[in-house]
Design a protein around this ligand. Structure first.
Ligand SMILES: [Zn+2]
Ligand SMILES: [Zn+2]
Length: 348
């Protein structure tokens, strides 16, 4: 075992504190990564604060990891020391079930092994990216193309794939009207992807506060959901609405914005049940769906797509001692648009 520097949650209610986590020795198929950048995802906060159920403390979160390969196991073929690599929301799956075989490891019937707060094959609790190093099976390591600025790469590993995958699956492209709900870490990337895919893009945000940014990042239209007029003016308009907000929404109101055969897809995950009048679906052959990250091959495809289309998140770089403050700002939607931890500051 090797100790690495980390920021650690000791409970659901205390601030994160500097500490260490243990990493396993490098096995034959393992890659040891010196973490250089770690994105701050809203899920990190939900998890630590217990919004999604009890957690195994002490816990280090972070599932947007960008780093450099430090060492590879004897059977590793795809990576070598010095490569720029990333790790996202999962670090293992059974590899044998139909979903794993189809490249949907995130829906593994045995359950994917989450990058943090998961149970690893050796029975230990997985610890995430707010740390200076990690050891990961090469099958769950992604290559970061040179064209993506290194300090901006990490958020693509969760926010990027979470939005890219459903936009592609539900056909965002030329001639399609796509709405993105929420202009946060996920939403701003969804705008960039949907625009690059050729769709007509509308942002639906609570206020018009980030309108300038939305239009600059590729949106064609921008509307405030706090204005009831919006729901009348845009009724029946969209082929796809991607909801990136993890707070509860008025589902019927948003379904009313869909055209016939349109789909409302949630990637934000509210902790509480939502109400829905089924007539909102029946009355337009509409769908209400969900989507969770994407498989490993699709995540690599997304990274290569970003490199080819000049897509990267807008980030704000922070030092380790700013993490707790950054979490408060994420909860207040006061970040443009993703915090990234400079992990060299974890060792200080
Ligand atoms: Zn995430
Ligand atoms: Zn599986």
């Amino acid at each position: 075992m090797t100790s690495v520097h980390a920021y650690v949650a000791r409970s659901a209610t205390e601030p994160l504190v500097p500490g260490t986590v243990e990493r396993r020795e490098v096995g034959p198929k393992d890659v040891r990564i010196d973490i250089r950048w770690a994105g701050v995802c809203h899920s990190d906060i939900h998890t630590v604060r217990g919004d999604w159920g009890p957690q195994p403390y002490p816990l280090t979160v972070g599932h947007e990891i960008a780093g450099v390969v430090a060492e590879v196991g004897s059977e590793v073929t795809r990576y070598r020391a010095g490569d720029r690599v990333g790790v996202g929301c999962m670090v293992g799956s059974c590899g044998k079930c139909a979903h794993c075989q189809a490249g949907d490891e995130q829906y593994c019937v045995e359950g994917m092994i989450a990058t943090y707060a998961g149970t690893d094959r050796d029975g230990t609790v997985t610890q995430g990216g707010y740390s200076t190093g990690v050891v990961v099976d090469e099958d769950f390591v992604l290559r970061i193309p040179d064209a993506i600025p290194f300090e901006k790469a990490a958020p693509l590993l969760c926010a990027g794939i979470t939005t890219y995958s459903p936009l592609k699956r539900w056909g965002a492209g030329p001639g399609r009207k796509v709405a993105i709900v929420g202009m946060g870490g996920l939403g701003h990337l969804a705008v960039k992807f949907a625009h690059a895919m050729g769709a007509e893009v509308t942002v639906l945000s609570r206020t018009l506060g980030k309108r300038e940014d939305g239009l600059r990042l590729g949106a064609d239209h921008y509307h405030a959901t706090s204005d009831p007029e919006t729901f009348q003016a845009l009724a029946g308009r969209f082929d796809l609405i991607l909801n990136t907000v993890s707070a509860p929404i008025d589902v019927d109101a948003f379904l009313g914005l869909l055209a016939v055969d349109g789909a409302l897809v949630n990637v934000g995950a509210p902790g509480e049940p939502l109400d829905l009048h089924v007539m909102s679906l029946i009355g337009g052959r509409r769908s209400y769906a969900g989507s969770m990250i994407g498989g490993i091959a699709e995540t690599q495809e997304m990274l290569d797509y970003c490199a080819g289309h000049g897509i990267a998140p807008e980030v704000e770089i922070i030092a380790a001692d700013q993490i707790n403050q950054a979490w408060d700002r994420v909860l207040a939607s006061d970040v443009r648009y993703r915090f990234v931890i400079d992990t060299t500051t974890l060792a200080a």
